[in-house]
Design a protein around this ligand. Structure first.
Ligand code: ADP
Ligand code: MG
Length: 285
């Protein structure tokens, strides 16, 4: 039987917009000493805006290919590109493949189109300007029929409470805070430095995130919470001791896989959840 205090704790958490999917997590979260966070959509808004376009083909054509292809994806990057292009009519898109951590491939109006990061183009041995990999901005590269056709750079903003969220976790005794991202290492490190995160790893594929979590968990003294929002985060959410998902803009798969859901997507609620767990424990007997 579950002590009555836990129902009180679950209620208190719920009043704070934090949904615990079981009283065992309310107990387990009190022991968390490592917090691993996804960057995009967890510490940053996950709402991108297009900042710059450099097209090697007529810009209208570039945007028509790019936005028609991205209209097939629900990725936050895709949404930004589609909103910016604001096409009246989409081109005919066939045989779409979304490649996790890379981008998209399809046939668009009969042409072979790719949109994604440098990794995606390199896989097909398509050359692009070298300095794009060094840009401290998220970039989407477009290739048309095996040839580089230009890029858009897009930017995202750090959530207003993200820095406070990291401070509060350190204050609560979490002594290892790690950020993982599929985004470029340069951007990942910049955000980590700004927020005071202890360690950061970028350029990770979904399986790379799993490997990082497994290596942290090898140390038996580590009780690990993972906080994420994306489809790609589901495997790491499942693997962590306490999986936490962003409930407002987070993907359905992340929300379903998580043990705890933060309804308003504010990272400062992670420390609040730990504090509610601890307060609940005190009144359980
Ligand atoms: P994150 O860990 O930041 O949530 P993802 O694993 O979802 O990132 O994506 C990693 C990278 O893959 C992105 O930064 C982007 O370069 C590329 N990517 C993924 N999906 C798309 C897409 N639909 N369009 C363009 N690029 C994409
Ligand atoms: Mg994400």
């Amino acid at each position: 039987s579950i002590p009555l205090g836990y129902f009180g704790g679950i209620g208190a958490a719920s009043a704070n917009g934090i949904l615990f999917k079981g009283s065992n997590y309310l107990d387990l979260i009190t022991k968390v000493n490592t917090v691993v966070l996804d960057k995009t959509g967890t510490l940053t808004q996950g709402v991108f805006k297009v900042k710059e376009i450099q097209a090697e083909i007529p810009e209208q054509e570039f945007l028509a290919y790019l936005a028609s292809l991205e209209s097939q994806s629900t990725h936050p990057i895709a949404k930004a590109v589609v909103a910016h292009a604001n096409l009246k009519e989409l081109l005919r898109v066939e045989e779409v493949k979304e490649i996790a951590g890379h981008g998209l491939k399809a046939t668009v109006n009969g042409a072979t189109i790719m949109a994604g990061n440098g990794k995606l183009l390199r896989q097909s041995e398509i050359a692009y300007p070298e300095d794009l990999d060094k840009k401290v901005e998220t970039t989407v590269l477009l290739a048309v029929n095996g040839k580089y056709a230009g890029f858009v750079s897009i930017a995202d903003e750090i959530k207003p409470d993200a820095k406070q969220a990291i401070l509060a976790l350190h204050a609560a005794g979490v002594d290892q805070i790690v950020m993982l991202s599929g985004d470029k290492t340069a951007i990942t490190q910049k955000v980590a430095d700004e927020l005071g995160v202890d360690q950061a790893h970028g350029d990770l594929l979904p399986e790379g995130k799993v490997e990082k979590l497994e290596s942290i968990k090898k140390d038996a003294s580590r009780v690990v919470a993972f906080v994420g929002d994306g489809i790609n985060d589901a495997p790491v959410l499942a693997l962590s001791d306490v999986g936490m998902a962003m409930g407002a803009l987070g993907s359905d798969v992340a929300i379903e896989t998580a043990d705890v859901v933060i309804q308003n997507d504010m990272p400062s609620k992670i420390a609040v959840a730990i504090q509610i767990g601890r307060a609940t424990k005190k009144i359980v007997y």
